[in-house]
Design a binder for this molecule. Structure first.
Ligand code: XBP
Ligand code: MG
Length: 265
């Protein structure tokens, strides 16, 4: 039975990568680094997961390798600048995300976050929309800096399941990128994918459902989706789809995905 919704952040909650790109470039200027990522170059570098890893890769490609502490310092500056940009300009949430997060508790569904982004990037994105107490809504908030391996490795999703004390098939993940879909699938979690602008060319066919976005009464899909027989995705419809798809008599092939992680220590 569906128990929890696990949200990716960048590209899924909001189209934030444009602000990330600007923050990286301003940090390069501030540190005297000879890099400037235009949109085309940033789209290419989004295949490298994690800001620090992205900086290191680009420096190595331009024969300007820097020691890890210096890369970390550049990334810390970028994170501060990103927070300032987000606070100053905001990032509109994608259709249906706020609504689904509000519907979830009424439908008996718990909420979690599983993202590659840095923990500091969450407050300026969530607080303006969900209020100062936004963290209380999420039973697990797992970020890239808390796990050993970033997406497409399953680490953030496995850690979210562990903190929720749930089996993979008791959750649904929401993702915008191929790496995110692969990470959730590798954790055994069903995935709803909504392609984002910066990763529009990604193959999301590994997802269980691919939607334009989650939809809203004011942002209807062009057509009703066969999986939910509606023009937006409600918590109730998602739970009904999940029950039809996964609550049938369990067989050996899904045993591992129905086994709960040990409870948090
Ligand atoms: C997206 C990412 C992050 C951001 C930049 O994370 O890959 O690296 O691009 O943030 P997700 P940082 O889609 O999993 O939310 O610089 O903090 O890494
Ligand atoms: Mg994402």
């Amino acid at each position: 039975m569906l128990e929890a919704l696990i949200f990716d952040v960048d590209g899924t909650v909001a189209e934030t990568e444009g602000l990330h790109r600007r923050a990286f470039n301003l940090a390069f200027e501030r540190h005297g680094v000879g890099l400037r990522w235009d949109e085309r170059e940033y789209r290419r570098l989004l295949r490298v997961h994690g800001g620090k890893e992205r900086i290191a890769r680009s420096l190595a490609e331009h024969e300007e390798p820097r020691p890890p502490p210096e890369v970390a310092a550049i990334h810390a500056t970028k994170t501060r600048i990103y927070e300032e940009l987000l606070e100053a300009e905001g990032a509109p949430w994608r259709p249906g995300v706020h609504r689904l997060m509000a519907e979830a508790p009424r439908a008996g569904l718990r909420l979690a976050i599983a993202t590659t982004t840095s923990e500091a990037n969450l407050e300026p994105l969530f607080a303006p929309v969900l209020g100062a107490g936004w963290r209380r809504r999420f039973e697990a908030i797992v970020t890239g800096d808390q796990v050993a391996r970033k997406k497409p490795a399953p680490d953030v999703y496995l850690e979210a399941l562990r903190r929720l004390h749930l089996a993979p098939l008791e959750a649904v993940a929401f993702e915008d990128s191929r790496a995110g879909v692969e990470a959730a699938r590798a954790a055994g979690i069903p995935v709803v994918a909504m392609p984002s602008r910066w990763l529009a060319g990604d193959d999301l066919s590994g997802a269980d459902i691919v939607l334009e976005h989650l939809g809203d009464a004011g942002a209807l899909w062009a057509e009703s989706h066969p999986a939910v027989n509606n023009r937006w995705l409600s918590a109730r419809q998602l739970a009904a789809w999940h029950a039809r798809r996964f609550d049938a008599a369990p067989d050996r092939s899904t045993h591992a995905r129905r086994t709960r992680c040990p409870p948090p220590a």
